[in-house]
Design a protein around this ligand. Structure first.
Ligand SMILES: [Zn+2]
Length: 150
């Protein structure tokens, strides 16, 4: 019950810069989730839920990130990339944790993952990336993570 888990999680609306970036690329609202019960980031239609915990941020070093804050922004850009690329995907009430439609082939899912990362990596070269990282750091400065381990 991923959707239910998300709805019951500790979430808040992401800072304005994230909302603007999302709407400029075809998305809608962006939420930040800091809840250990939520394991990753998700998309539901055009809504983006970014898991802002960073236990595994080093997995993102392969995409060129140099800090955990940059890794969180990359997670957001990856989900925004799915929307920008027009990938279908909603979490259904009995969802199995994937953001892509159930029944999508493995090949289609892999293709979507590649395209979303390509979009994120291209955006990482832009000024927007630095601005989003700054906005995220500002948000972090007012946020209290419970059981922070990174
Ligand atoms: Zn993805």
């Amino acid at each position: 019950m991923i959707l239910e888990t998300i709805k019951n999680s500790k979430m808040e609306i992401a800072p304005p810069l994230f909302q603007e970036f999302s709407s400029e690329h075809g998305g809608e609202a962006v939420y930040f989730i800091d809840d250990q019960a939520v394991e990753r980031s998700y998309r539901h239609g055009l809504t983006i839920y970014v898991n802002v915990r960073a236990e595994y941020w080093r997995n993102y070093i392969q995409f060129g990130v140099e800090s955990w804050e940059e890794a969180i922004v990359m997670k957001f850009l990856h989900e925004a990339g799915h929307i920008y690329c027009g990938h279908s995907g909603t979490l259904d009430e009995k969802g199995d944790g994937t953001s892509l439609s159930r029944g999508a082939s493995k090949e289609y899912q892999d293709k979507c993952e590649r395209e979303a990362w390509q979009a994120a990596i291209a955006w990482k070269q832009s000024r927007s990336f630095e601005d989003l990282v700054c906005a995220f750091k500002d948000w972090v400065s007012t946020h209290h993570y419970k059981n922070r381990t990174w």
